[in-house]
Design a protein around this ligand. Structure first.
Ligand SMILES: C=C(O[C@@H]1C=C(C(=O)O)C=C[C@H]1O)C(=O)O
Length: 209
């Protein structure tokens, strides 16, 4: 009956019961299609599953990078070193631009993306120092070593982030990207990082309106 109503709809459609059956089958087919697309991880109007996975990986790497801001802040709290280190930033950006060029990602845009990650991390560092100053916190008993323990973690994340950007190349203006970014940002970043930090970290990923 199901097959008949789908394949030979013109034969019985003049009878009300047959019309009702045909409608029921159409609704059943629609439900199956919706279920199948839900199983494939596709919501209507959202990005495809591959893009979604690449975006999730990128935001997780961005979060890992932001998480390093706390040990950096601890180390600088003890040493009194400035939060800004323009020479270190310039060295990373030059390396990023060279690697981006080699792998086919826009070097200028890659610089902007990494500068945003530095700036987001520095917001975290400044917020922590302000909080510790207000509390009159003494130096930490066992602060991490910036050069030997902390910066190597950041250096490992740099190529991983570039790889992730490469996977998403040319997709930033696809339908659903902005909404997906917002959803992932609240799932991955919002628990630990405030709006100012999140907006800075994601600024270069947004397709211009
Ligand atoms: C993380 C640090 O603090 C700042 C942020 C940097 C970064 O995010 O890579 C680099 C240099 C500093 O301006 C650091 O000094 O290593």
């Amino acid at each position: 009956m199901f097959i008949r109503a789908i394949w030979f709809p013109t034969v019985p459609l003049r009878r009300p019961r047959a019309i009702l059956h045909a409608l029921q089958h159409l609704i059943a087919l629609g439900c199956c299609a919706l279920l199948l697309s839900a199983c494939a991880g596709l919501r209507p109007g959202s990005v495809d599953a591959q893009t979604q996975a690449a975006l999730r990986q990128l935001l997780e790497l961005q979060k890992q990078r932001l998480d390093v801001a706390t040990p950096v802040a601890r180390s600088k709290w003890n040493s009194g070193a400035a939060i800004d280190d323009p020479a270190r930033e310039a060295a990373i950006l030059n390396e990023v631009a060279a690697q981006a060029q080699k792998s086919g990602v826009d070097p200028q845009w890659s610089r902007r993306f990494f500068q945003d990650q530095f700036d987001a991390g520095k917001i975290v560092q400044r917020e922590l120092h302000a909080q510790w100053r207000a509390q009159g916190l003494p130096p930490f008993a066992a602060p991490p070593d910036l050069a030997r323990e902390v910066r190597p973690v950041l250096d490992k994340l740099t190529p991983a982030l570039l790889q992730s950007l490469l996977r998403l190349q040319g997709r930033w203006c696809e339908t659903g990207m902005r909404a997906e970014l917002a959803a992932l940002s609240s799932r991955i970043l919002a628990k630990d990082y405030d709006r100012a930090v999140r907006e800075r970290a994601l600024a270069s990923l947004l397709c211009p309106d």
